[in-house]
Design a protein around this ligand. Sequence first.
Ligand code: FE2
Length: 191
Amino acid sequence: MRDFPKDILIEVMEDVIEDLHGHVHRVSDLAVDLGTGLGLSEYELDCLALAGVLHDVGKIHMDPTILGKPGPLDETEKDLMQRHPELGFAMTRNRLDPRVSEAILYHHERFDGKGYPFGLAGNAIPILSRIVLVADAFDAMTSTRSYQPALPVDFAISEIIRNAGSQFDPNVVEVFIELANVNQLPLATTA
Ligand SMILES: [Fe+2]
């Protein structure tokens, strides 16, 4: 088989999932910085980098009219959308290290157990997922989406801090604050 640039596949994914342009790389970069601060091994950081890029790959299966909907989703649309972690897991489980596919599966679980798809809580959620959740939330707030304009960076930082211990793992937020204090958070150009 001829060689081809792997980034092409990421670009195709970003084209399909319109909102994701640049997002997956920023999430991946921030996740690796958070993981480094938490003392993860080089191998875990490699898994985390890949999980950051692929966390929303399951959205490829979503109806484009739902993905690009300007405004809030109705209950049916929300239910469909919330299937993307399991779809992403199914797409990657036999291809990648289980740590990567599990990070994808659990990346919308919340520290307080109120997330989806399973309602796992605390340390029962894989650390890679707890990290991706913080990186994803920060970038989602600070980049322009079909359903909302980019929010101010200071507001996004305060939201992450406000939700430490409920939505987010407080240990991950602690490292996030350290990065924010030295201006090391990757920002979308629209921010
Ligand atoms: Fe997601």
